[in-house]
Design a protein around this ligand. Structure first.
Ligand SMILES: [Zn+2]
Length: 97
């Protein structure tokens, strides 16, 4: 199964399909995080999102991937810092109040 391959509880694919483990289906935080990826795909388009997500993953790793950082910030998992706002790759993905 795809989730086992990537070692995740959920994954959003560029064609806007989300796979989530059954035991996580009611996890509001996880659902909010995955919803942020849907928003990112709508924002950037599937091709740009896919290519940049892969590039960022290679360049920065999973935790520091700007798409992942923006998703964590936008759904309240992480606080937004001045440094985040000063980083163009990340700032463009952050929700404005
Ligand atoms: Zn994510």
């Amino acid at each position: 199964m795809l989730l086992d391959v990537v070692g995740a509880d959920a994954i959003v694919l560029p064609w806007r399909i989300c796979y989530i483990r059954a035991h996580c289906a009611d996890d509001a935080h996880l659902r909010a995080h995955e919803h942020e990826h849907f928003r990112q795909i709508a924002h950037d388009g599937a091709l740009k999102f896919s290519l940049l997500y892969l590039w960022y993953g290679l360049r920065y790793g999973y935790r520091q991937n700007p798409y992942e950082r923006a998703a964590r910030i936008n759904c309240g998992e992480d606080a937004c810092t001045a440094g985040d706002l000063a980083e163009p790759r990340l700032a463009r993905l952050l929700r404005t109040p």
